[in-house]
Design a binder for this molecule. Structure first.
Ligand SMILES: *Cc1c(COP(=O)(O)O)cnc(C)c1O
Length: 473
């Protein structure tokens, strides 16, 4: 005699029959036959196991099985790289992708993705057969330099510059106070070694003088270099050689002066009420022969590295075989051109360039936003977590102005029961939302800085909060 569970097991339809059912037809259309087949086999195996353990379980119908398959396949099909809400308070967050493209750059980039473009094709005989020519004129206007090259990122720009000027074992003189490590394993001494140069350190960590550079100049010297310290600051008893002084010493010694600016904002941030950040134009005016900076830091564009400077040196950089390996693709080039076009009128940057728009948001406007979201947040986290609107301090990020912060506002989420790991678990729940929310843990609370919550995304943010699943739920 058959038990009811083995009857049920027998009643599970065959895979082939199921795949012919309309509900599975839709699944196959959406996910493709191989994945649906694989998923269905696993699902049926699970069902058999379950039915074996239960005396009188009902056999799920086609639609139920298809719905379960859809659930599993959707989770598996979710892209690995996906949008998040950056509520960390760091505007240019390297691990969250740094600058956001303005709409103009998104349009230009997607057009370049989908259509042929004149990347290295001289259409009008104007000598635009070189990919960098699409952005060079604007870069020269914005920096006052004679020539410009763009490559994959600023690390590549520094590498290519050093390799071209001092490869083959020649010396580059740098102050000990500037031998920095930038996040993501960019270390000046290591880049130098891999570019085939010999690093000649001068001065001390806190003080370097003109005479230190002067006495290091010799037969083997290929360049003097200045590196923007980016993510740290030396205070107290300090001395550094200003760019103009360093350029003068380099030129007296017959070698170029190279400056790695890191951020390299193209316009004066003070015009937007932000602290001053060195500009490539200032470096060029001070006499730097080559200046390198990032495209996706304060400039607010795509990931790229920009080299501007003397025509003869830039021409040598272009001829370096590594330029081909480090060149920029058409998509980012299109985006960069669109971003640089916004700089034609710097007044537009405040509204149209996301990086500047986010950096210049006023604390009271951000606080008003936090207030609008507060009650939905309280409802989502329940009574176990106190939610209040609190002042906080945003950072620019990516090494720009590490010490200066921007007054901001957000929500402070404090678990009332401060048992071990309660805040970490709360942060984890927010990271598991459909669009993960990334905050910052400080003083036993999860802080959500609203500076980078674009008002156009506020309703998306609020409406997914009901899906929050707290550890105790
Ligand atoms: C950020 C930075 C770099 C590296 O630039 P990427 O664009 O991230 O490659 C190099 N030098 C300095 C001084 C920097 O701040």
């Amino acid at each position: 005699m058959l038990t009811s569970s083995s009857q049920a097991r027998r009643a599970i339809p065959a895979v082939d029959t199921l795949l012919k059912a309309p509900a599975f037809g839709v699944l196959i259309h959406d996910f493709g036959r191989p994945l649906v087949l694989d998923c269905l086999r696993k699902l049926l195996a699970d069902q058999r196991k379950r039915l074996a353990g239960e005396r009188s379980a009902a056999v799920p119908d086609d639609d139920t099985l298809a719905a379960e398959c859809r659930e599993r396949l959707s989770v598996a099909a979710r892209p690995s790289l996906r949008p998040v809400f950056n509520l960390t308070g760091t505007v240019l967050h390297t691990n969250l992708g740094r600058a956001l493209y303005p709409a103009e750059a998104v349009a230009a980039a997607s057009q370049a993705m989908a259509r042929p473009v004149n990347l290295e094709y001289d259409i009008d005989g104007a000598g635009r057969g070189e990919r960098d020519s699409h952005v060079e004129e604007r870069l020269l206007r914005l920096t006052g330099a004679e020539a410009a090259v763009v490559v994959n990122n600023n690390a590549a720009a520094v590498y290519l510059t050093l390799n071209t000027v001092a490869g083959g074992g020649r010396e580059v003189v740098v102050s000990r106070g500037e031998l920095v490590e930038i996040g993501g394993a960019f270390r000046v001494p290591e880049i130098m070694a891999s570019a085939g140069c010999v690093l000649r350190e001068v001065g001390t960590t806190n003080r370097t003088h003109p005479r230190d550079f002067e006495s290091a100049l010799g037969e083997r010297t290929a360049a003097l270099m200045k590196v923007h310290a980016s993510n740290y600051e030396i205070r107290g008893f300090t001395a550094e050689v200003p760019a103009a002084e360093l350029a003068r010493i380099a030129h007296a010694g017959g070698v170029p002066m190279i400056e790695d600016l890191g951020c390299g904002m193209l316009v004066d941030l003070e015009d937007f009420g932000l602290p001053h950040e060195p500009t490539p134009r200032e470096s060029i005016a001070a006499g730097a022969d080559l200046v390198t900076f990032s495209g996706d830091k304060l400039l607010g564009g795509p990931q790229c590295g920009i080299i501007v400077g003397r025509k003869d040196l830039v021409a040598r950089i272009r001829k370096n075989p590594m330029k081909r390996a480090l060149r920029l693709d058409k998509v980012r080039l299109a985006a960069l051109e669109a971003v640089l076009a916004l700089y034609d009128d710097p007044q537009r940057l405040r509204t149209r360039l996301p990086t500047i728009r986010l950096l210049t948001r006023k604390a009271d406007e951000i606080a008003a936003q936090a207030n609008r979201v507060r009650s939905a947040m309280q409802q989502a986290v329940g009574e176990g977590v106190a939610v209040d609107v609190a002042e906080c301090a945003s950072q620019i990020g990516s090494g720009a102005l590490p010490v200066d912060t921007l007054p901001s506002s957000g929500l402070r989420l404090s678990p009332l029961n401060q048992r071990g790991g309660a805040v970490d678990a709360l942060a984890d729940s927010f990271r598991r939302l459909p669009v993960p929310v990334i905050g910052r843990i400080r003083d036993g609370a999860l802080w959500l800085d609203f500076r980078c919550l674009d008002e156009s995304q506020e309703s998306e943010f609020t409406s997914q909060l009901h899906e929050l699943q707290l550890p105790g739920d």
